[in-house]
Design a protein around this ligand. Sequence first.
Ligand code: PEP
Ligand code: MG
Length: 325
Amino acid sequence: QKAAYAKLRDVEPFTRDGERIEVMMNAGLRDDVGMLAMTGADGIGLYRTEFQFLVSSALPQRERQARLYRDVLDAAKGKRVIFRTVDIGGDKTLPYLTNEIGKQDENPAMGWRALRLALEREGLMKVQARALLEGCAGRELNVMFPMVSEPWEFDAAKAVFEQQLDFLRKHKHQLPSAIRYGAMLEVPSLAEMLDQLLPKLSFISIGTNDLTQFLFAADRANPMLAERYDWLSPAILRFLDRVVKSCVGYPVDLGVCGEMGGRRLEALALIGLGIRRLSITPAGVGPIKELVRKVDTKEIGEAMRGWLLTPPENMRVALQDWAKQ
Ligand code: PEP
Ligand code: MG
């Protein structure tokens, strides 16, 4: 089977009815980027910048951050890379920041983490913004913010970047050739505010790992709960369906970057909902490309519409049976 996936490496993932599905991969270390060539992924849909912070014994200096971003773009050889600003805090505490973050959170996933922390520790955010702008000089910068719960947080984060951009412009530094701003949709409240947010950004990436845990109030890291809810539950699919519909009419790229998209039935369901960009674990790229080539988006779209209206007793079984046929 590995050989079959290797053959697909250079094959663009078009569905049977000619829809191009972007199959990107998630990464977090400089060395992960080599998997782009190995898997033939379209790019990196989620680069978790906090990994550099987590493996460092001290806060990474701006030059080190910028060098990493430049190296990642070099290694990606022109394929698109979406950098996510740090998602630290909560349970991802940093030894050199222990007094400032983490300790006091009783519910770390819902605590002082990601953008919430970054907007308050403005120095951290400013340094990362500068590093990303410098690291992507002369090239396109794609940046997205984690755990945006309300549109103002996106505005505040973007303002930090724009301020740093002004500084670099004033001092005649080379700037990125373009900047595309995006937000992760992983906190359910943001879905209620999309009409306010969508006019302001270029793309949305749905983080189904966190989104699911918040939607079901079920800790994503607790194995006791793993069987209690399903990515294919009608509640999630209906939620995602509403998000897809909310984006219609806006020039905004919508994708999914949670692990959900790396599993066959789940990816099938997402395509049925109208999602056209998946960013997944590198090991999933081959299998998902193979799946894409077997799918007809109109057929799965129609089946999905029926299931959303009248949920089958077991969505997983229904999708499995449909896929077999
Ligand atoms: C997510 O929450 O779905 C996601 C992609 O981000 P992370 O897994 O890093 O929280
Ligand atoms: Mg997340």
